[in-house]
Design a protein around this ligand. Sequence first.
Ligand SMILES: C[S@@+](CC[C@H](N)C(=O)[O-])C[C@H]1O[C@@H](n2cnc3c(N)ncnc32)[C@H](O)[C@@H]1O
Length: 214
Amino acid sequence: MDPIVEAEVSQTAGRHHLYRGDCLTIMPALEPATVDVMVTSPPCNLDVSYRGYVDRRTEDDYLDWLVRIAGEVRRLMEPNGSFFLNLSGSSSGPWLPFELIVRLRPLFVLQNYITWIKSITTRADSVGHFKPIAGQRFLHHNSFPLNLPRWCSRLHGREDALVLDSFTGLGTTVLAAALEGARGIGIDVDPTYVATARARLAAIKKTQQSLAYV
Ligand SMILES: C[S@@+](CC[C@H](N)C(=O)[O-])C[C@H]1O[C@@H](n2cnc3c(N)ncnc32)[C@H](O)[C@@H]1O
């Protein structure tokens, strides 16, 4: 492995790996054609305040960056792998996810377009995560629940799949992989998020171990 990558690696025990570093540095050092399922939620260029990453680029720069990352994803994926890209537009940039999908046409076949209903209100009942928004004409753009990457793994359908998330944040995708009996790799540029992801993974492992003894 490249020494730059080696220095940035933080490895969890067991079948899962968490890497702290820029995904464009880490991914080129991983074995090609090994990933079965890719589930990722890139920063959406909405000026969201992450701990380290500054979520504000020009649209062209942002799209070029994601296309470069998608090229690496393509190299890492098994030919029959599944790539779940979770991306949202905003009220001021509603075309962004569609612009990206068009640019990814030379790399991937679009199989499904999944609309994720994050929150819903029926009469007096509200389900989901609601975030205050400015204005009455806009819908919400929130939350990454654990069930979402779990369903992605199941949809792909291969047992013991290798699941990668190049923007792993708090590690939800790797956790989901662990819960589905798959192997997970998570990459994030922020050391605090990686540490939290590692702690969440360790907690899940503990629960799984104690369940095994029941
Ligand atoms: C939308 S969040 C992902 C949230 C994640 N799905 C979770 O469950 O917490 C995007 C993440 O990308 C990370 N990030 C930004 N630029 C990155 C890069 N070049 N390489 C790796 N991670 C990066 C940010 O630190 C942030 O945690």
